[in-house]
Ligand binder design. Structure first.
Ligand code: ADP
Length: 257
């Protein structure tokens, strides 16, 4: 794979206690920098703005009001980018912030603007770090929608930039035949070639405190990838260096292919 989109969930960036997982930030920066140096084209889709915002404002739980969540996301997003900037600077890699909404690609004009930006950044070896623009859209915040924590945004981006591979890092080792947070004898499924309605029935909601999507939205992302003949790997983000093993062809997590 030469053009790769990596999506990292809130659960990988924020400890269950609400503290920032600095190790994950560092290992992500290390891994993506190493791959960037090898000439791979990378886009990072990162959630976590609200989690970082909660941490910054010393709040324990997500407010229920959408406006308050948007405000926290605005606070957290700049802090999130500061954390990434620090770690990527350490590995001498340039990054850029790209804030999108899910529908941005539906309009020819904005689609072109976004694509021009991505192409320029990738040509210049800069890693775009994408998140939903929570100030102007609430798709990710509003749990009534199915976008969920950027899982689908990452698939939309992978699709438009014509990525070969989407790597989704979560707090779970892969896709199981039932929710492993509920059933101890759940089995990891190493390869999935088809996704149908039955597949969705074993995918439950989020188990983590800050995550929002759960497995449903990850399967929707995987389905889009499969429909377009792209690959997706779902793996545990507790050590993002796992990305190097995935690209080395090791059997890790669940491969949707
Ligand atoms: P993230 O913040 O990384 O996006 P989420 O908490 O939104 O993570 O989604 C991952 C969670 O989905 C897992 O921790 C697990 O609790 C839940 N889940 C539900 N069904 C399944 C399944 N069949 N296989 C794996 N995880 C599942």
């Amino acid at each position: 794979a030469n053009r790769i989109v990596v999506k990292v969930g809130t659960s990988s960036l924020i400890h269950p206690s609400g503290a920032i997982n600095l190790e994950t930030f560092d290992q992500l920066a290390y891994t993506l920098s190493a791959l960037n140096n090898q000439g791979k084209e990378l886009i990072l889709v990162s959630s976590g703005a609200i989690g970082v915002g909660l941490n910054k404002m010393n709040l324990k739980k997500r407010p229920t009001e959408i406006g308050a969540q948007q405000a926290l996301a605005a606070i957290g997003q700049s802090e999130l980018m500061t954390l990434f900037t620090q770690r990527f600077n350490h590995y001498l890699t340039d990054i850029a912030q790209v804030l999108l909404t899910h529908d941005i690609f539906d309009y020819p004009k904005s689609n072109k603007y976004v694509m021009d930006t991505f192409n320029c950044l990738l040509n210049d070896n800069v890693i775009p770090i994408v998140n939903e623009n929570d100030t102007v859209a609430t798709d990710e915040l509003d749990h009534k929608t199915t976008f969920g924590d950027n899982d689908q945004l990452s698939a939309i981006v992978a699709s438009h930039v014509n990525a070969d591979l989407l790597i989704v890092l979560s707090d779970i080792d892969g896709f199981y035949d039932q929710n492993p947070k509920k059933y101890v004898n759940a089995n990891l499924i190493s390869t999935v070639n088809h996704i149908n309605e039955k597949t969705f029935t074993v995918a439950g909601g989020s188990g983590s405190r800050f995550g929002t999507g759960g497995m449903q939205t990850k399967l929707l992302a995987a389905k889009r990838m499969l429909d377009e003949n792209r690959q997706m790997v779902l793996a545990n983000g507790k050590d993002p260096r796992v990305i190097l093993d995935i690209l080395a062809g090791k059997q890790i997590g669940t491969l949707f292919s």
